[in-house]
Write a protein that binds this ligand. Structure first.
Ligand SMILES: [Zn+2]
Length: 470
């Protein structure tokens, strides 16, 4: 991470004594407060707690939820082992003490206070709540409906209700924080969904939202209609100075992060080509940075990745054509790479690939790009482009990153504290440590030995509240 970027992510605040990262965080405060309010409400009244727990676990579990009580303000979780997201090690015999919405203690010698509720998790490893850095809660798998049909034919109400169900599936799968990189034609509905989750109306992860995303005029879709029609697009078009105005408008209406498309295919069957100039993207980065927001760039081509990197974006998504040279450039600039392996895997399977040899060209290219990224040592974040495939199967990206050559412990670090650092929220989530938000997940067995166990979590705690139990 370059000194410049670190300064940006951990910009000295007006509170000089604080080293808290600031970028894109007002919203996290809001969410954290919302969750804290929710947990206080839950702990204050058993009836309310039962109601929430019942709605949260309905359909997941036939057993009635254990009633929350006022005395349960402290909870001692006793798994077989703890992966704290800080040192990459599975610590056998460690326990975690939660009080209210925060982690009070973690380690081998924790004495439970007399008022603590005990949750034993035999055979389990406890991890920080997982983070998916690239989801689209307003999309569902393309083998259910094409992207074009989702954008053009599904009503906003249908898409929003589905997004709420997707948010719930995400949380129940142990992903307690996500970055949603664009509603794909559903306008600003993500801002409302985020508010509904924060207010405890529907269960879901903490969400950083991008709202509409930015594309160069004419570059995006849906395409393929009489050019006389103004077909609604999956993102907001803008160029030059208008692009900065669009970014500021999105921030003003609730965007926590700006998403832009540095390249795209201009016509059906064409390869991707660059869209925005470096100057256009740099102007967006400057405007976003001034507002304390990060910028994520979709880029698959070498030129698109190069321009986005030089423009100063925080993360680059996809990187399908990535080479050792371009990843070295990203590393030098402190740009984080989000490879989205699972999206490529899913799309090729929708086209008929069964996972064997010979591998389709897109998979061969993706493997080569990912190998180059690992070799270059660029910082990797974990985000599957979830929505292209089912929400709730977010761990698919983790298992693919491990299967394609990244050491499992490193993948788990990236999916917890690494993602938290990349998104500028590492002071609150992504690790199990004293004072951190009590977002925790349990899995059966050892996730470093077998990352596939992450695809079936047994317990999920969010902000100190158990939302899924074994
Ligand atoms: Zn995406």
């Amino acid at each position: 991470m370059s000194a410049d970027r670190r300064k940006r992510l951990f910009r000295g605040s007006s509170r000089e004594e604080s080293t808290k990262p600031e970028s894109g965080l007002g919203l996290l405060d809001t969410i954290a407060k919302g969750m804290a309010v929710k947990s206080r409400m839950l702990l204050a009244g058993a009836a309310v707690g039962v109601l929430f727990a019942a709605s949260a676990v309905a359909g997941q579990n036939d057993r009635p939820p254990a009633p929350a009580t006022a005395a349960a303000a402290a909870t001692l979780l006793a798994p077989d082992a703890v992966f704290d997201g800080r040192d990459g090690i599975v610590h056998r015999g460690w326990k975690v003490l939660v009080r209210g919405d925060q982690i009070a203690a973690v380690g081998p010698d924790i004495v439970a206070p007399a008022d603590a509720q005990m949750i034993t998790l035999p055979g389990s490893t406890l991890l920080p709540g997982l983070i998916d850095a690239h989801v689209h809660l307003f999309l569902h798998p393309y083998n259910e409906a094409s992207w074009n049909d989702q954008v053009l034919k599904e009503s906003l109400a249908l898409r929003t209700v589905r997004a709420a169900a997707n948010a719930r599936a995400t949380l129940m799968a142990g992903f307690t924080t996500v970055r949603d990189l664009g509603t794909e034609g559903a306008g600003y509905a993500d801002v409302g969904l985020k508010a509904a989750i924060a207010q405890g109306i529907v269960p879901g992860p903490r969400v950083l939202v991008a709202t509409r995303a930015l594309v160069a005029t004419g570059s995006y879709g849906p395409k393929g209609f009489d050019p006389g029609f103004d077909v609604p697009q999956g993102a907001e078009e803008g160029d030059g100075e208008a692009l900065v105005a669009a970014a500021r408008r999105q921030i003003g209406r609730g965007a926590d992060v700006i998403k832009l498309y540095a390249d795209y295919r201009w016509g059906a069957g064409e390869p991707s080509r660059p869209t925005f100039s470096i100057a256009e993207m740099r102007a967006v980065v400057d405007a976003a940075q001034a507002a304390g927001r990060q910028v994520a760039a979709h880029a698959s081509t070498i030129e698109g990745m190069r321009r986005a990197t030089l423009a100063g974006v925080d993360t680059i998504e996809h990187g399908n054509d990535g080479t050792l040279e371009i990843f070295a450039l990203m590393k030098a600039h402190g740009t984080v790479f989000c490879p989205t392996l699972a999206a490529t895997d899913a799309i090729e399977r929708y086209r008929g690939w069964r996972g064997g040899s010979p591998e389709p060209a897109a998979i061969v290219a993706k493997r080569a790009s990912f190998a180059a990224a690992l070799k270059a040592g660029v910082t990797l974040c974990v985000g599957g482009d979830t929505g292209v495939f089912s929400h709730g199967d977010n761990a698919r990206e983790i298992t693919l990153m491990a299967a394609w050559g990244m050491p499992p412990a490193a993948v788990l670090m990236a999916a917890t504290s690494g993602n938290a650092a990349a998104l500028g929220i590492a002071d609150r989530v992504g690790a199990i440590g004293q004072g951190m938000v009590a977002d925790l997940v349990a899995v059966q067995g050892d996730p470093v030995r077998d990352p596939a166990v992450l695809r079936s979590v047994t317990l999920v705690m969010q902000g100190g509240v158990v939302v899924r139990r074994p």
